[in-house]
Design a protein around this ligand. Sequence first.
Ligand code: C2E
Ligand code: MG
Ligand code: MG
Length: 400
Amino acid sequence: MSVLFRLEQESALRHALERDELELYFQAQGDLHNGRVSGAEALLRWRRGDTVVPPSEFIPLAEKSGLIVPIGAWVIDTACAHLRAWADQGLAETRLAVNVSARQFFAGDLESVVSEALARHGVKPSCLELELTESLLMHDPEATTALLHRLKDLGVSLSLDDFGTGYSCFAYLSRFPIDTLKIDQSFVRDMVTQANTASIVAAIIGLAHRLNLHVVAEGVENEAQLAYLRRLGCDEIQGYLFSRPVPEADYLALLASDTTLPGAPQTAAHTLLLVDDEPGILSALRRMLRQEGYRILIANNALEGLELLAREAVQVVISDQRMPGLSGSEFLARVKDMHPDCLRIILSGQADMASVLDAINNGAVYKFFTKPWDDAQLRERIREAFRVQAALALANPLQP
Ligand code: C2E
Ligand code: MG
Ligand code: MG
């Protein structure tokens, strides 16, 4: 690129910002647990006359010239403006992710850019996600960790983009306060045909879940990839199969259309049995799990629970400990013998700890939770229970 050409391009890009030629497109992400749109990634476009210029053609120049700093700030502010407008239109809360480049990250005022944009538009911080890349974070891990913590303190979520293409330093994975790994599309492309790539994807998903990280697979283009990612327990996907990056109006139309991912899980494959004698607890659990897409069965006592288990294929059961008739631990001990494939969780008050401990030591209980529970944590544990259950069922195909 000649110097003159570069200068021309640079000045055109500067004007693009001033003349409002930049625009955000939105690419929906789909939740593999319930098949629904879970949020979107905002992707920058430059509308130059009649053509729409993709970021690969101007982001490198923006980075080199430093223009990425004001452009990046514009992206964050505009994303928040969209979130505000969507909330005002009464749309259900969804997450919106924006990309942050290295230069922008280290320019020094990212924290105030983010907090000012959130405040200016009155946006809930948890709706905004910042996508960072590994190479950016590895540049200066000490300074990075401090800044990441300050960003987290604002309440936004953080994800690691293009995961697997940089140094993938596992030591830092546990130190950086990130929420989500985005598996790079190069792995997704090959995972259905290449055994090694499939192993890498499976390992990334397993590692991420062990570290309590959420996993999004990028670049999902066909149903085989989707089905495989679902089997591996991936949480979300993004890719042309679900939606291309589209202008706002098209994204909102997709949201309104209630489109779901192809081949959404058979409800019967995700059946959860809740056993409790208190109607209030049952409805709170149901409410908390509404978005998860499970088929939920309800029993008011242990005997009703056993009857349902005899009739229906149930993968996970959550039982109260203190109930009239059989206690929760007695109930689950029976479930263990009669339906060994069904994963058993107990929900108890602090006072019932002794009997619950016995049940755990007898192997009748997989996990126990105390009331009151933390919604997000319990939801995640139940997802994990379904994953573990699926793995166990695969290992023991002959069990009833
Ligand atoms: P990225 O953040 O990894 O974004 C995903 C890219 O993959 C997007 O390209 C998207 O259109 C593309 N993609 C999504 N699904 C598929 C698929 O199924 N198949 C294929 N082949 N591609 C798919 P896009 O929009 O051209 O953006 C390219 C890169 O430009 C982004 O990669 C990101 O690194 C950068 N970028 C985009 N917007 C911004 C921004 O606002 N700020 C900064 N700093 N970088 C941005
Ligand atoms: Mg990205
Ligand atoms: Mg990416």
